[in-house]
Design a protein around this ligand. Structure first.
Ligand code: PEP
Ligand code: MG
Length: 763
């Protein structure tokens, strides 16, 4: 059979030569020798195999510079003498771009950098490939050079990339002993890697590395039939484990996890995926290499999308491919279950929810992932499981070993690797302190949120997914003050149909029992795009076509949601909240739509909600000047202080440069918030506040001081806020705050802190 390069694999030629070379490379790695000798042997072998005049290995140092570690062809005295500064020369450029550089005329390239000690002036062509592990941080650069001007062939690039891949694995695993590279050097010292918190908490424990990738050493195979069969068996095995996972109770019960597994299963059953892998096998690749080839192609196709949804789908494909590679390598999923330390901190380059579920949940205290965002599925699960988790922890995999002590600070995003005893002691204190507080907050669960002077403060949670539901009970909340329905739409693979929505809302209300749930209708658009809905690109999305604006322009979407909410409620009371209302006309239009749907349901004879409360989010400053028109039109108002303040101060809440230019406790903010309280009181309209500020005890205190009696927040904030409320005297606070607002300027943060201190309030 002809392979695409026109070589018949049965006849001795480039293919067998490559295999012999790879075998030799593995032998070199396995031989007992010191790291330097190994690297020297590798460059010699590569130069011989590729008929290159020069082959060199540059390895990255702690400071990011690249040091010439081994060379065949350049002046041997230049070893450990020649350094390329970060980004310097073609070698630096290759490391920076993390991409091969193939230059027939290197010396005339604008990035060429001449180091006389190497004697490289006589070499014209250069091929450099990054030494990196699975596309993560670059550890070094592998280079070949020739005197003649030549463009290296695809075969040459493949040989060099494969060598670099094997080299990277051995560097990271520490097998190139005795070599003082960044990878190895960094394994023996304390480190702090700064990432982003994705699930709150502090964990002290020991590293278990989640190996999502399997190193592929056999790239080619002469027997496509066997490889195809191996692939099919592995896909079958993988599908069976996914089915098993789907049947597990705790997965099936949590609706949105189910969706993730269903997405995996959908990909696993995708005939196109299997076909593409089989085609790659027919081209002479091993089953493993075929999986990796298709994974890379998919990545290349999908990574062009800027959209968060596509990036998540790309992750699904990546996770599934890694899983398949593990099955092919005969590595059992969940293999670590028995050996897992009781204080496991999982460290991974990437990790899917399915991978996390392979582990014994009771043993996992923390999670560190090189590549994961707060919006990812894994973040949702980590939060629900109460695991301290940090994402975007770049370079962490290079620095850890199995069993290393590690601290995950998911308050700040810091990950301490092999911390000093002082750091451990201080974190142990912090963790104990947190545990004590948690115990205290748990003991307050059933205590009513009453101030010292008898004011009852309603405390509800903000939620959006089924996994959040047990938090109402756990936090001892009055209900759900803000249910962000768009989250369910965002984790779905396609627009949820009415039946699905109905079932979902019913389930939410069933789980909430007697406690009220305020459903906010779809707040999409802006930064919350639904990939399956066409949305025009906007110059200024925060001020654009979003939330109620989109809903009223496309009433089909809103109508379906209202219908589903009404049906999901059955005969219960229903609370519907409209987001981003700017004018009263919008309230009228949405109310009319709801009324019509209600009448339709009545005519059809279905059970009708006992009462439908229609309220609005107050989050656009224009409403502050229409309060007399707004209040009588609605059953309740909930202040969305996140948006209200960003629009009031014209400072994007997601832009770190400007989001802290105003203080939530400035007199201006408090004055605006107070005017809403006064208008609500005048019309007897139920009022609450559900922006983030409600969850900070000091801010919550100020809100109570200006008259708010209902607050809705993240479940974990209920304890601290309630604790503050129990020792608060509202009458004294109101008097103090009125005085401050009348006389002071700017922010009231400091005076309010002083007031809290003086009155022994925990804020
Ligand atoms: C708000 O704007 O304060 C709010 C609660 O809504 P979201 O954060 O979902 O925009
Ligand atoms: Mg908002």
């Amino acid at each position: 059979m002809q392979n695409p390069r026109g070589n018949d694999p049965r006849i001795a030629g480039p293919e067998p030569a490559l295999r012999i070379f790879m075998r030799r490379l593995r032998q070199i790695m396995a031989e007992p020798s010191d790291g330097q000798t190994r690297l020297d042997t590798i460059v010699r072998q590569v130069a011989g195999h590729m008929v290159a005049d020069v082959c060199s290995i540059y390895l990255k140092r702690q400071d990011g510079s690249l040091e010439l570690f081994a060379t065949e062809g350049l002046n041997p005295a230049a070893k450990h003498i020649t350094f390329m500064m970060r980004g310097e020369g073609l070698v630096g450029l290759c490391a920076h771009l993390a991409q091969p550089i193939n230059e027939p005329d290197a010396q005339n390239h604008p990035s060429f950098s001449y180091h006389p000690e190497t004697g490289e002036e006589i070499y014209h062509s250069l091929l450099a490939v990054p030494v990196s592990r699975g596309g993560s941080d670059v550890l070094g650069v592998l280079v070949v050079q020739n005197r003649t001007e030549r463009l290296y062939s695809d075969d040459d690039v493949e040989v060099l990339e494969t060598t670099a891949m094997v080299l990277a694995e051995h560097l990271v695993s520490g097998d190139v002993a005795g070599v003082n590279t960044a990878a190895e050097f960094s394994r023996s010292r304390s480190h702090v890697v700064r990432g982003q918190p994705i699930a709150d908490g502090i964990a002290l424990g020991h590293v278990v590395i989640h190996e999502s990738r399997v190193v592929i050493t056999e790239l080619r195979s002469e027997n496509p039939a066997i490889e195809s069969e191996r692939l099919e068996t592995a896909v079958g095995e993988m599908k069976a484990t996914l089915d098993e996972l789907l049947e597990q109770n705790d997965v099936a019960a949590a609706g949105e996890h189910r969706e993730i597994f269903e997405a995996y299963r959908m990909f696993a059953n995708d005939r196109g995926w299997l076909r593409r892998m089989k085609e790659a096998i027919q081209q002479g690749l091993s089953a493993e290499a075929a999986v990796a080839r298709v994974q890379n192609d998919t990545r290349a196709r999908m990574s062009a999308h800027k959209d968060a949804y596509f990036r998540e789908r790309l992750k699904d494909v990546d996770e599934l491919s890694d899983r398949l590679l593990r099955v092919l390598a005969g590595r059992k999923t969940g293999q670590h279950a028995q050996a897992l330390p009781a204080d496991t901190v999982l460290v991974a380059r990437t990790m899917g929810v399915a991978d996390l579920l392979d582990y014994d949940r009771t043993r996992i205290k923390g999670l560190v992932i090189e590549d994961s965002s707060a919006q990812s599925h894994i973040a949702i699960v980590a939060k629900a499981w109460g695991i301290a988790a940090v994402g975007q922890a770049r370079g962490v995999m290079e620095r850890v070993d199995f069993g290393d002590p590690i601290i995950v600070d998911a308050e700040t995003g810091d990950v301490h690797i092999r911390p000093s005893s002082e750091i451990i002691a201080s974190y142990a204190d912090k963790a104990r302190f947190r545990a004590r507080k948690r115990r205290k907050y748990r003991s307050l669960k059933s205590v009513p949120a009453l101030t010292r002077d008898g004011q009852r403060i309603g405390l509800s949670i903000n939620a959006g997914l089924l996994v959040d539901m047990p938090q109402i009970e756990a936090a001892g909340a009055d209900g759900i003050g803000l249910f962000r329905t768009e989250l369910q739409f965002m984790v779905a693979q396609a627009l949820p149909r009415m039946e699905r929505q109905t079932q979902f809302y019913k389930e939410v209300m069933d789980l909430a029992g007697e406690r009220p749930v305020t459903f906010r209708t779809l707040d999409v658009g802006g930064d919350k795009a639904l990939p399956y809905l066409r949305h025009p690109a906007e110059e200024n999305p925060a001020l654009g076509w979003r939330a109620i604006r989109m809903a009223l322009d496309r009433p089909g979407l809103l109508r379906t949601q209202i219908r589903a909410l009404l049906r999901g409620a059955g005969a219960r009371e229903l609370r519907v909240m409209l987001p981003l209302i700017t004018t009263v006309d919008e309230i009228d239009a949405a109310r009319l739509l709801i009324k019509r749907e209600l009448e339709l349901l009545e005519r059809r004879g279905g059970p009708v909600p006992r009462r439908v409360h229609v309220g609005i989010m107050l989050e656009v400053p224009s409403l502050l000047y229409q309060l007399d028109a707004v209040m009588p039109r609605v059953d309740f108002v909930s202040v969305g202080s996140n948006d209200l303040l960003q629009y009031l101060f014209a400072a994007d809440r997601n832009n770190e440069r400007v989001s802290n230019r105003y203080d939530r406790l400035s007199i201006i903010a408090l004055r605006a918030l107070k005017s809403i309280v006064e208008a609500a009181a005048k019309y007897g309209t139920h009022l609450s506040l559900c922006g983030e500020m409600a969850g900070f005890p000091l801010e919550a205190m100020a809100l109570i001081g200006v008259g708010y009696r209902n607050l809705s927040m993240s479940p974990s904030n209920i304890g601290p806020v309630k604790s503050m409320i129990l020792s608060l005297d509202t009458e004294a606070l109101t008097a103090e705050l009125s005085k401050l607002m009348a006389s002071a300027e700017g922010s009231l943060r400091e005076p309010l802190k002083a007031y809290a201190m003086a009155n022994k309030l925990e804020v």
